[in-house]
Design a protein around this ligand. Structure first.
Ligand code: HEM
Length: 440
């Protein structure tokens, strides 16, 4: 008895190599093609490395949640990123990750985030005074805004422009470099020899120095700021009652900077793009959120629905991965130890077996009465114990931004369509819109 289980159907060695080459050029299109050919889950065999790519909601739930103990993050996140960012929440695994998660999680609970709303709102209001009207590429503007929000909620005090810029440049250069290393493993020796690796490691040292000086300033400061830095400095390990070391705090700050700004910038840019193309939905969101106080803005259903629907169609974290620690099984599939599981959220969020009228922008599908329909097919913030720790923070800043923006401006389509640039996150190459000031 008992059927012999095997890995999901897919590509043997040579076609896998061809596939990988094609995928580097057009990741989303290539994956979508394979997903429809193999019904949502397929194997890629690269000899030493075997990959199962999936958009199957049951398998995703299995890996992220019900059997999460058997899966950890791959080297891509822990080593490639870790050598520049240190060992923080996003770049660690196992016991160390759990210890850090338990320590930091309480600081991100909704009631703690409330203390940051005013800083978020002030940063947004200042930004709105600088928004140009006419035909505007909003992406770089929103990228900078999202970065300023993270910096201001971390440090409250005015971080000097030169230091701010140094951190921003480091975060963006590191992501570009890591993507190049991942896509060109055969060139790693060259990156080392040409000094490029060293150059980026030096930038990391520079960024750490900036953050260290901000931490030391804070330690001299008698005032409480109730910002994320206070939260990190106040946190105590349950077992020892001790705080983190300075280097650990720096690691976690770098992680918050990298995890917390480009994702949000992408989500906001795609949201404005969608609202520009659906001015009826823009008007509904504007009318139903007019003149609300911040607490109500964050809970406002129309704003939340628009953002949720935007992250369904354009999930900023469009893909993630895990590695099987031991052999595992799911249904008829065998998942041998060491297999990399690539989770294709973008495909799941647009799968017409799971969503009616999957490619249409329909924020009302997220209204309260439908909430349970999409619980297992919608993962903008991931799932299970490694769910995004900043999800409430992100939803708060995005709803506050959206309400403030559409209260002051109208957006309509610009003269160029954005192209998707799927790197670490789902970036648009640009989001050119026609921006007009509203007359009150
Ligand atoms: C729209 C905005 C955001 C999106 C879509 C997003 C998405 C995600 C996703 C999908 C993960 C899990 C990745 C995985 O399972 O492999 C994650 C993890 C994480 N996110 Fe976010 N994120 C956003 C904003 C933020 C913000 C604002 C912060 C911090 C202020 C943040 C901090 C983190 C951290 C620290 C982790 C690692 C958690 C862990 O592994 O324990 N994120 N995020």
């Amino acid at each position: 008895m008992g059927n012999a289980k095997s890995m999901p159907p897919g590509y043997s060695f040579f076609p896998s190599m061809v596939r990988t080459y094609k995928q580097a050029k057009n990741p989303i299109g290539t994956m979508q093609e394979s997903m429809s050919r193999f019904n949502g889950t397929y194997t890629v065999n690269l000899g030493m490395m075997r990959i199962i790519a999936t958009q199957n909601p049951g398998l995703i739930e299995h890996v992220l949640k019900s059997n999460h103990r058997n899966y950890q993050k791959s080297e891509l996140q822990t080593e490639y990123l870790g050598k520049f960012l240190g060992k923080g929440l996003l770049t660690s695994n196992g016991d160390y990750w759990l210890k850090q998660r338990r320590l930091i999680q309480p600081g991100f609970h909704t009631e703690k985030i409330h203390a940051l709303y005013t800083t978020i709102k002030n940063t947004i209001d200042k930004f709105l005074l600088t928004v140009p009207t006419g035909t505007v590429d909003v992406y770089p503007l929103l990228h900078k805004l999202a970065f300023d929000i993270v910096i201001n909620t971390l440090f409250t005090v005015d971080v000097p422009a030169a230091q701010r810029q140094q951190l921003a440049t480091f975060i963006s250069d590191v992501q570009d470099y890591v993507m190049r290393e991942v896509r060109n493993p055969h060139k790693r020796w060259w990156f080392r020899l040409s000094g490029e690796l060293k150059e980026n490691l030096n930038k990391a040292t520079g960024a750490r120095d900036v953050i260290r000086s901000l931490i030391r300033q804070r330690k001299q400061d008698a005032h409480r700021h109730n910002d994320l830095l206070d939260m990190l400095l106040d946190a105590r390990y349950e077992e020892t009652g001790q705080p983190m070391t300075e280097e650990q705090v720096i690691d976690e700050i770098l992680i918050i900077l990298i995890a917390g700004h480009e994702t949000t910038a992408n989500a906001l840019s795609w949201t404005l793009y969608l609202l520009a193309n659906h001015t009826d939905e823009q008007q509904i969101a504007r009318e139903s959120s007019a003149s609300l106080d911040l607490q109500k803005v964050v809970r406002n259903e129309a704003l939340n629905n628009v953002i949720s629907e935007s992250m369904r169609l354009y999930p900023p974290a469009w893909i993630s991965d895990r590695v099987a620690i031991e052999d595992d099984e799911y249904g008829d599939f065998l998942i041998p130890k060491g297999t990399v599981i690539v989770i294709f959220y973008y495909g799941l969020h647009r799968d017409n077996h799971e969503w009616s009228d999957a490619l249409s922008f329909r924020p009302s599908r997220f209204s309260k009465e439908h909430a349970k329909d999409f619980k297992k097919v919608y993962y903008p913030f991931g799932s299970g114990p490694r769910l995004c720790i900043g999800n409430n923070f992100a939803m708060a800043e995005m709803t506050i931004f959206l309400q403030s923006f559409i209260e002051k401006f109208y957006v309509e389509p610009g003269n160029v369509e954005p192209n998707i640039k799927p790197l670490v996150t789902l970036r648009p190459d640009s989001v050119v819109l026609k921006v007009t000031k509203r007359n009150f």
